[in-house]
Design a protein around this ligand. Structure first.
Ligand code: FE2
Ligand code: FE2
Length: 197
């Protein structure tokens, strides 16, 4: 699908305004997801325009409804793209990728682009970035109050949520590398807490 640069820039701008104030799903996260999705998308021969538009819009509903942001995000994106004059057949692949990106709910990704977006979001869920985001997310949800001794469990939960859920070879590779780092972090943390280092 051919999306002109101006359209994509305006979608980016809209997303930026909508995720303002979303701590762990702000524009920095959105831009990293777009970049990772593009990297995987090039290797997989995906439609990069669909992928970019979906990546920019995937978390727009987080400030409105964190729990079901994938649903609401899809609906908002549909309205937004209709207002821009997009045809339904251009809109639906983007909306589906948004609805299917989350690991907290939504449909199974049915298209290559939706699978790649979910993989790119999974990469952001682990590694140093994933850990930093998880601490903020869990703190805000009231699940973590700052006791570092609870972090190894939090790391276990992060890994359990992404492991085995990847769709692409590159996604699996990126996630495996980040999980390996998380395991090192866990070991170091436990050694520090035990007074061994
Ligand atoms: Fe999300
Ligand atoms: Fe996200």
């Amino acid at each position: 699908m051919q999306i002109n640069t101006e359209d994509l820039e305006e979608i980016h701008q809209t997303a930026q305004e909508m995720v303002k104030g979303a701590s762990f799903a702000g524009m920095d996260h959105v831009e990293r997801v777009a970049q990772i999705a593009e990297q995987i998308g090039r290797e997989e021969g995906a439609d990069l325009d669909v992928l970019r538009a979906a990546a920019y819009l995937h978390d727009i509903a987080v400030p409105l409804d964190k729990a079901r942001h994938y649903d609401l995000g899809g609906r908002l994106a549909r309205g937004l793209l209709r207002d821009r004059g997009w045809a339904e057949e251009q809109i639906e692949p983007v909306v589906h990728a948004i609805e299917a990106h989350s690991r907290y709910g939504g449909p199974e990704p049915q298209t290559l682009e939706a699978r790649i977006l979910q993989d790119a979001d999974a990469v952001e869920y682990v590694g140093a970035v994933g850990l930093a985001r998880a601490i903020v997310r869990s703190f805000e949800a009231g699940e973590y109050r700052g006791n570092v001794a609870e972090l190894p469990t939090l790391v276990d939960r992060l890994i359990a949520r992404v492991e085995g859920s990847l769709h692409t070879a590159r996604g699996r590779e990126l996630v495996a590398e980040r999980i390996a780092w998380l395991r090192q972090f866990q070991a170091r943390l436990q050694a520090e807490l035990a007074g061994e280092v």
